[in-house]
Design a protein around this ligand. Structure first.
Ligand SMILES: [Zn+2]
Ligand SMILES: [Zn+2]
Length: 320
């Protein structure tokens, strides 16, 4: 705790899971809290990508270097714009200094645990070389599956309500999948060979989001496989990639809010996951679904939650 000066708001269980139900708040959560601004941004980007930056389905009936490489470049570019942009704004330009920064520490330099001793260069390498490649291969294989008619993509006009449901499903499925794969990665062997690399980032920055060992990437991007059996519009496939591949750049930004233009600020870092990077044994999932509450590993940052964590894990719950 010595490492922190900024005190973010405590994270509560989302009202969609409240009992007794709180329908008005739940509706607001689903339409505003999840969506504004980032949910809508990912959805809008997915539509643009579908219109102008995704090859035609008939072209993807068989694999070829050309269209898969095109997807790789597209994905690498969007990650670089978001992660690189946030990094430049917050860590190079230091536009808001440490305002709403979770940790007082900055990103590591001269630390032999990272490639070239440099956390940023290390994180960029694992994100772009392994992360974007594995993401792109799963995404390409999913299009190939649809292009060959193993599952047929429903048109939006034929079922607009179904399309809307699948839009929300991306966020909830990704969260459920994240809990499951992340819990698996914390088993002794997988942690040692794979997940430890992501946890080298005790203090995280935008490029830490998908800075993972290739084995973790192969597990993490299995999120696409649900769409091999549940038919969805291609926009949903793109959105899944953006949410899984790029939104971690925002959630790992290390700052609770990004301030711009003087008085404007948008939410950025996810303190729930930030606490996972600090304490390891809490918050395996995201706060969107209270799975950690069920398994008594929820830490929303309150004094009470901190105390519970200490009682449960004793000395081992100390900061890394
Ligand atoms: Zn993380
Ligand atoms: Zn972890």
């Amino acid at each position: 705790m010595s490492d922190q000066t900024y005190q973010p708001e405590h994270i509560e269980i989302p009202p969609v899971f409240a009992w007794p139900p709180r329908p008005k708040e739940a509706l607001r959560y689903l339409t505003v809290d999840i969506m504004v601004p980032w949910g809508l941004f990912w959805i809008a980007t997915a539509f643009v990508f579908w219109r102008v930056l995704t090859p035609e389905m008939h072209e993807m009936r068989s694999f070829s270097f050309g269209w898969v490489a095109f997807l790789w470049v597209r994905n690498a570019l969007v990650l670089t714009v978001i992660a690189g942009g946030l990094h430049w704004w917050l860590y190079v330009r230091k536009s808001q200094n440490t305002e709403t920064k979770f940790s007082r520490r900055w990103l590591a330099q001269g630390n032999a645990r990272f490639l070239w001793g440099d956390q940023v260069h290390d994180n960029m390498t694992f994100s772009l070389v392994s992360g974007v490649t594995v993401w792109t291969l799963y995404e390409a294989a999913t299009y190939w599956w649809y292009a060959n008619g193993y599952v047929s993509a429903p048109a939006i006009a034929d079922g607009p309500f179904y399309f809307l449901i699948t839009l929300w499903a991306v966020f909830f499925w990704s969260t459920l999948h994240f809990y499951l794969n992340h819990r698996l990665l914390h088993t002794r062997w997988l942690y040692k060979v794979a997940h430890e690399r992501h946890h080298l980032n005790v203090v995280t920055g935008p490029w830490s989001g998908i800075s993972m060992h290739p084995i973790e990437h192969i597990i993490y991007f299995t999120v696409f496989l649900l769409w091999w059996v549940v038919p969805v519009h291609p926009v949903i496939i793109i959105l899944t990639g953006l949410f899984q591949g790029v939104s971690p750049a925002v959630s790992h930004s290390g700052f609770d809010y990004v301030r711009f233009g003087g008085k404007w600020r948008i939410p950025a870092g996810d303190n729930f996951h930030n606490l996972h990077h600090r304490f390891f044994r809490v918050n395996y999932g995201n706060s969107l679904m209270p799975i950690d509450r069920v398994f008594d590993s929820w830490n929303g940052g309150s004094e009470e939650d901190m105390q519970r964590m200490k009682e449960r894990f004793g000395r081992e719950s100390g900061e890394s």
